[in-house]
Design a protein around this ligand. Structure first.
Ligand code: DAH
Length: 344
């Protein structure tokens, strides 16, 4: 190999030599500047070059040697370790940054916010009440007389029994009583919140869950208003093709009462295993506010009427995101929660 080629080769090797640690710096020094460095051999070979070219090649080799010294000094100050012996690595500012883990909203809160937004758009505000409730707001004012068997519909966690009975609220209907007591019609409000029932935890039941209560009171509120409001909600939540159907039901605080189904979000009503081949999925309970409930809150039932509805946020989330097991919501499994990162 000619001398010129060798100079070029060593030069490119020197340029490509990666130095980021003190060890690599030392390897560089030994190779290009040390007592047995590879440039020395080039001076030997200079002897074989014709006289008239000796000057030119001599200068090239000198330049190469200098190049090595300059690179060594530069990287030495970067590595910052050659002299003081510390093991610090140089920081490469051009490296892409590591991804920072950011939190995301819980799926139940994503859906709760969406429900709030949907009802905000048609003039409903948001109201809240306490999770520890007295008998009046959770039961009596909602037309559950003492010893009424309907109280058994909801397995209550009592905090204090007897005169000053206090319990964890079993539903957010308690908030509608508080709103009626504290404001005058027209009332348009939804009340999201956590509720508690003494149930064994399984895939389909939990001792706490979340509901959204809705209440609309004004003059001349009719069942048609209720139906239209729920139809609007179902389309906004599950898509434009969604239909609803109402089945007669019973709740102490509404008369008449109904349970509402939406056309299956998966098969659109054709029948599949999600809707158990019925084409329908139950989403909420509702009805016209019982006059006794209006009167209990000092709203004149001869002048005003209203409708109410209550839905489980877990249920809506289950249908929207196909969550098969209620326990997933409270287990804090990051593999589950991470799937809602793109939701807002
Ligand atoms: N409070 C009921 C429950 O927890 C749900 C409900 C049904 C609320 C009908 C209502 C309603 O306001 O009208 O099962």
């Amino acid at each position: 190999m000619g001398l010129e080629k060798k100079i070029e080769e060593i030069s490119s090797e020197m340029n490509n030599f990666q130095v980021t640690t003190p060890e690599e710096l030392e390897a560089f020094r030994i190779k290009f500047l040390g007592s047995k460095n590879c440039i020395k051999g080039l001076y030997q070979e200079l002897k074989t070059v014709p006289n008239e070219l000796k000057k030119e090649f001599g200068q090239k080799i000198n330049a190469l040697k200098q190049e090595g010294e300059v690179k060594f000094e530069t990287v030495k100050s970067q590595v910052g370790a050659a002299n003081n012996g510390s093991n610090k690595e140089i920081i490469d500012l051009s490296r892409p940054a590591e991804e920072m883990a950011v939190g995301s909203r819980h799926p139940l809160m994503v859906v709760r916010n969406e429900i709030i937004e949907i009802f905000n758009r048609i003039g409903f505000n948001v109201s809240e009440g306490p999770e520890i409730e007295d008998d009046w707001h959770n039961f009596s004012a909602l037309n559950f007389p003492p010893e009424h068997p309907a109280r058994d519909m909801q397995d209550t966690f009592f905090i204090e029994k007897g005169e000053n009975e206090m319990a964890l609220r079993t539903h957010t209907s308690s908030v509608q009583v508080r709103v009626m007591e504290n404001s005058k019609p027209p009332i348009r409000t939804i009340s999201p919140g956590r509720v508690y029932r003494n149930e064994a935890i399984s895939a389909r039941a939990h001792c706490f869950f979340h509901q959204v209560e809705g209440l609309y009171i004004d003059k001349n509120v009719s069942f048609a208003d209720l139906k239209q409001t729920l139809q609007y909600f179902a389309k906004e939540m599950f898509g434009d093709k969604t239909r609803i159907r109402l089945r007669p039901s019973y709740f102490p605080f509404t008369e008449p009462s109904a349970e509402v189904d939406v056309s299956c979000t998966l098969c659109n009503g054709d029948g599949c295993n999600v809707c158990k081949y019925t084409g329908w999925l139950e989403i909420l309970g509702c009805g016209m506010v019982d006059p006794a409930v209006l009167d209990a809150a000092n709203i004149d039932s001869n002048i005003y009427s209203g409708f109410a509805f209550g839905m489980g946020i877990e249920r809506i989330t289950q249908l929207k995101y196909r969550v098969g097991d209620l326990r997933l919501y409270s287990e804090n499994d990051i593999r589950f929660l991470n799937q809602f990162k793109s939701a807002y």
